[in-house]
Design a protein around this ligand. Structure first.
Ligand SMILES: *Cc1c(COP(=O)(O)O)cnc(C)c1O
Length: 355
């Protein structure tokens, strides 16, 4: 604490990311990174970049990357917004689109960065409780609001909702923006991006994506949002009032090659889904209750073993998962899907712990 902190800084409770231990040989299943490498084409593109050009600023608009994303998703480049990770994209979304007269809505159990942004930007919010089985019920969002945001699939539960339900809410909720955070969409969730194609693009739907999870580039820091060109124009105004060059040259060339390698994404996501199914079956056998997941993680609890205890015991065995000390989800562990070998180590450890 310093008396020189501004009043708002004195009130902040910053987001706490999952730890990144600087120790080798840990089974790291705590921050939903990909256990597999990114597209080799992305790594080659970064290596081939002329480093003598690093003295020059990058393209502030990221025009080639926007075009690559637009081509992949059947959109116009004017519908694409880029940021230094989707966390930065979301920060601009909160300030640029979700700071309105009425409170915004998001689930009571969700990505814990959302309330942090609200505090930072002075945004009123109301949380909408998940149902007893930890699902988002969009009917509960049909009320006056300044905007709605939720991840699909939700984090940390892994549960998803079909696109048709989101479409239904869009029609009822024409007075504010709906933001769908699709950070984990590539593991079996219906994306809302198809709704944005062509002349019937809704004015009030924004979808955010990241290259950190399924494209295995968390260290490169690239995220994007897609939506109606007028929404994107608003986000560009915020970005150009904050940092004109959020993506460096290496990030831009790497991201273009990664976006263009859809085959790699699909092959790696399929492997993760297969390992997830094996993990869910093993957890069933061990007496865990696991929420249905379409993400690269599962959310699971055991009726006889506390989440905090299991977390600690796994840690002592060199396996790091995530545990949240929040009231409704205190019993759960959030476990990232690793390689099959990591999965076996995890299952072996849990067998010992719960037998
Ligand atoms: C990981 C994650 C993000 C942000 O990822 P970046 O690395 O900042 O692109 C956004 N939303 C959710 C729900 C996430 O889990």
């Amino acid at each position: 604490m310093s008396r020189f902190w501004s009043p708002v800084v004195q009130t902040l409770t910053p987001y706490v990311p999952g730890e990144q231990p600087q120790v080798e040989r840990l089974v790291k299943l705590n921050t939903n990174e990909s256990p597999y490498g990114p597209s080799p084409k992305a790594l080659a593109a970064i290596a081939a970049e002329n480093t003598s050009d690093l003295r020059l600023y990058p393209d502030p608009e990221g025009a080639r990357l926007k075009q690559a994303i637009a081509t992949l998703h059947g959109l116009d480049p004017k519908q694409v917004f880029l940021g230094n990770g989707s966390d930065e994209v979301l920060a601009h979304v909160f300030q640029g689109l979700l700071k309105q007269k009425s409170p915004i809505l998001f689930p009571d159990i969700t990505y814990s960065f959302y309330p942090v942004y609200c505090k930072l930007f002075g945004i009123e919010y109301e949380t909408v409780p998940l149902s007893a089985d930890f699902a988002i019920n969009l009917d509960d969002y049909a009320k006056l609001n300044g905007g709605i945001i939720f991840p699909n699939p939700n984090a940390p539960t892994g549960r998803s909702i079909p696109r048709s339900e989101i479409e239904r809410l869009l029609k009822k909720n024409s007075g504010s923006v709906i933001v769908v955070d699709e950070a984990y969409v590539d593991y079996g969730t219906e994306s809302c991006i198809p709704l944005l194609r062509g002349p019937n693009c809704p004015e009030n739907l924004l979808v955010s994506h990241t290259l950190s999870k399924s494209r295995a580039l968390a260290g490169l820091r690239v995220g994007f949002a897609v939506g109606h060109p007028a929404l994107i124009e608003g986000l560009e105004r915020v970005k150009n009032s904050f940092n004109s060059y959020p993506l460096g040259r290496l990030a831009q060339v790497g991201a273009i090659a990664a976006i263009e390698d859809q085959a790699h994404l699909e092959a790696m996501s399929a492997k993760v889904v297969k390992t997830r199914e094996a993990l869910v079956n093993a957890l069933d056998r061990l007496g865990f209750e696991t929420l249905p997941s379409t993400a690269n993680f599962v959310f699971t609890r055991h009726s006889k073993h506390a989440g905090a205890t299991l977390y600690q015991q796994l840690r002592e065995r060199g396996i790091i998962v995530r545990h949240f000390k929040s009231p409704r989800i205190d019993a759960f562990l959030r476990i990232t899907i690793g390689t099959d070998e990591q999965n076996q180590e995890l299952i072996g450890a849990l067998e010992e712990l719960v037998k």
